[in-house]
Design a protein around this ligand. Structure first.
Ligand SMILES: [Zn+2]
Length: 61
């Protein structure tokens, strides 16, 4: 399973980023080194999830 395919909201401007909520971090078993713990703005980018995002996630790592 490629992690990036779980997202419907990916930014490709400066690197490949999206944002994610804590529930999805746990549900997808995201490695902590992909996360930027600064507060993210907006809605979780995972498909089907509409929670407020807590983290940015780097999808290139
Ligand atoms: Zn989520």
């Amino acid at each position: 399973m490629e992690l990036i395919k779980q997202f419907d909201d990916v930014t490709n401007s400066e690197g490949v980023y999206s944002q994610i909520c804590n529930a999805c971090v746990n549900a997808l078993a995201v490695e902590k080194n992909k996360l930027d713990f600064n507060a993210a703005i907006g809605i979780c980018g995972v498909k089907g999830c509409n929670n407020d995002a807590e983290h940015y996630i780097n999808l290139e790592k």
